[in-house]
Design a protein around this ligand. Structure first.
Ligand code: IMP
Ligand code: MG
Length: 178
């Protein structure tokens, strides 16, 4: 399928599942080479990273743990308005090697805040892997250790990523048709 409709927008095929598979394997091999003796804890960020996380983690042939977390926003009473929280993390990460698994880093604000919160819990080290990065949109300096694809600023869906909650089920990546 070259063109798909998601809600009110049309999207065209951008990156095939075969290309993703190949690249995920390469990145997984890099992670394995660096971290196989570190007993890492992978933190897969829901919802968007569930497909990437499932594929990436099945390429890891060494002892590791996997858990799922999400960033939630709520209206705080502070003047800054939006306050973010990490929810779902029951494991202690103190002294652990942690790998955050993200679907896409756009402005970088979400990851920056995630890393700030996780760092307060005294891990030994934190690594970041992201399936996609939009380098031209990055607004803050955020460390990204393992990235699969750098893409331009077009909006994409599929392979776990959504447009207004839809499109996560598409096996390939599609980009919006202007
Ligand atoms: P940021 O890096 O804080 O700007 O936000 C990253 C988040 O924005 C991701 O976790 C996605 O939920 C969402 N996002 C950014 N770009 C896209 C896109 O092209 N498709 C789907 N979601 C996106
Ligand atoms: Mg996300």
């Amino acid at each position: 399928m070259e063109i798909v409709q998601v809600l009110d927008k049309k999207f065209s095929l951008y990156i095939s599942k075969e290309q993703i598979r190949e690249r995920v394997k390469e990145v997984a091999a890099e992670i394995e080479k660096d971290l196989k003796d570190k007993n890492p804890l992978f933190l897969v960020i829901l919802n968007g990273s569930f497909v990437f996380g499932a594929d990436l983690l099945r390429e890891m042939n060494f002892p590791c743990e996997i858990t799922f977390i999400r960033m939630s926003s709520y209206e705080g009473t502070s003047t800054t308005g939006e306050v973010k929280q990490v929810i779902g993390l029951r494991e202690s990460i103190e002294g652990r090697t942690v790998v955050v698994v993200e679907d896409i880093i756009d402005t970088g604000y979400t990851m920056k805040e995630m890393l700030r919160i996780l760092n307060e819990k005294n891990p030994e080290s934190i690594y970041v892997t992201s399936l996609f990065v939009k380098p031209e949109n990055l607004k803050v300096d955020v460390k990204i250790d393992y990235r699969c694809f750098d893409i331009d600023n077009d909006f994409i869906v599929g392979y776990g990523l959504d447009y207004d909650h839809y499109g996560r089920n598409l096996p390939d990546i599609y980009k919006v048709v202007e």
